[in-house]
Design a protein around this ligand. Structure first.
Ligand code: PLP
Length: 461
């Protein structure tokens, strides 16, 4: 039974009203939620009622009862973890994606969304300076982008060692070595676990968390057999980038596949002034990144780029008689990311890129790095503040004397609500992390941040 068109109109109208109210409240709203998940669950939980609910009432109920439990992650005053907001054009494009409801696995079945994703993929290769002809797949996030790239790496490196992993799996396979830096992101271990490759061999990192290229070379020399080397563009505590030219040269001497986790850092490659960070990154074999962090596209938007198209597609794709595939052209979306059925998540990425243009993307990324440097410089003058990292990109790690004081400052800031910054431990110390990832963060937000940290220090003295 098709709902009469009036029902879509009414219910989408209500949703748009609530969405606009939420967005309009953001500039003045405290960042933190005022209710816990358990408290919100008391409105939403309990047994599923037998009777349905009127759609407009449902949308009103949803918006009203969710609001106290929402974190204003889109606010320019949100600096937690590594989280972007949503550019208006990308959010609106995402609404269209829901309305169109295309299953974006096959070019034949959903030509429009497949073509738009193809265009976005081509732009990304150009913008980030990655090899022409690479496959670009749209995943849920960088974790799955890393997983997808490493599946291609596993397939290729075992194939080169005379082993067909698709036919034979890993039982009895040649040992595949995986090497990664001591300060890799934990989601890389998760991806390796999903792939049955176990924990990586850990290579020491320097004071900023960069893999030590000489140590990587020694580790590669001390063993043999097929290998994968995982490098990182953007350490979550320091923002540091691995030394790509040296590390990739060492890996290539041992015929290793090089994968780069650049969830938020790969975007630096769009900025010529940041070249000292990303120089050489394009010499790798695969890259994982996010559009929902630095680019400020809505969730879910991860991106995987693989140079060796002939390894990615057999590793991650599938074929079936009932799924008509084109036998020419750039390949179907389902051969480039793990899902068969999925939403057209590359369309909001296209919208974000097109809305900004190449110059706008550069300005966005350079602007986040400049805000971070500005905040660090202003905090360096505040008594009691220690800036722990070399501030090279969008991440700042702070401490305030003892671990206890740092934890107290962190708790004050999270409870205060003017800004949101979260804690971590780095190099054996409690720290306060600041990640500048939101497109709208400006100098007023940096002022508010400095003031909030000053107030936190005064309150915890
Ligand atoms: C966020 C992040 C990831 C994981 O990305 P998701 O989109 O959350 O899956 C991986 N690596 C780094 C460096 C990250 O910052």
């Amino acid at each position: 039974m098709w709902a009469d068109s009036g029902e879509y109109e009414r219910v989408l109208g209500r949703a748009a009203e609530h969405a606009k109210a939420w967005l309009q409240a953001l500039p003045a709203r405290q960042v933190r939620p005022s209710k816990t998940a358990d408290q919100v669950n008391s409105a939403f939980g309990g047994p599923l009622p037998a009777e349905g609910m009127d759609p407009e009432q449902l949308i009103d109920f949803l918006a009203r009862n969710a609001e106290p439990g929402l974190m204003a992650m889109q606010s320019g005053r949100f600096f937690g973890w590594v989280i972007g907001g949503t550019l208006p054009s990308a959010m609106a494009a995402d609404w269209l994606v829901s309305a169109w409801d295309q299953n974006t696995g096959l070019r034949f079945a959903s030509p429009a969304t497949a073509a738009i994703e193809q265009a976005a993929g081509q732009w990304l290769l150009e913008l980030l300076g990655l090899p022409e002809g690479s496959d670009v797949g749209f995943t849920t996030g960088a974790s799955m982008a890393n997983f997808t790239a490493l599946a291609a790496a596993r397939w290729r490196q075992l194939e080169a060692a005379g082993w067909d992993v698709n036919a034979n799996g890993l039982n009895g396979a040649p040992v595949l070595r995986v090497l990664a830096g001591a300060e890799r992101h934990e989601s890389l271990d998760m991806a390796l676990r999903f792939l049955g490759l176990g924990a990586p061999e850990v290579v020491p990192a320097d004071a900023q968390g960069r893999i030590e290229a000489a140590a990587l070379r020694r580790a590669l020399e001390s063993g043999k057999g097929p290998a994968i080397v995982c490098l990182q563009a953007g350490n979550i505590h320091s923002g540091a980038f691995d030394p790509f030219p040296e590390a990739i040269a060492a890996a290539k001497e041992h015929d290793a596949w090089v994968h780069v986790d650049g969830a938020f850092g790969l975007w630096a490659a769009a900025v010529p002034e940041l070249r000292p960070l990303w120089d050489g990154v394009a010499l790798a074999d695969s890259w994982g990144t996010d559009a929902h962090k630095t680019l400020n596209a809505p969730y879910d938007a991860g991106i995987v780029v693989v140079r060796d198209v002939a390894a990615l597609r057999p590793a991650i794709g599938m074929h079936a008689e009932y799924l008509p595939q084109e036998d020419h052209g750039p390949g179907d979306p389902m051969e480039k990311s793990p899902e068969l059925s999925r939403r057209a998540r590359g369309v909001p990425v296209w919208a974000a890129l097109r809305a900004l243009g190449a110059d706008g993307v550069r300005a966005l990324v350079a602007g986040r790095a400049a805000c971070t440097a500005d905040l660090a410089a202003r905090l360096a003058d505040v008594p009691g503040v220690e800036v722990l990292n070399d501030v090279v990109y969008t991440q700042l790690s702070l401490a305030f004397g003892s671990d206890a004081r740092t934890r107290a400052v962190t708790e004050y800031i999270m409870a205060d609500g003017r800004v949101w910054m979260s804690g971590s431990r780095w190099h054996g110390r409690d720290i306060l992390r600041v990640s500048v990832s939101n497109w709208s963060t400006d100098s007023d937000d940096i002022d508010t941040s400095v003031q909030t940290i000053r107030d936190a220090l005064a309150a915890t003295a």
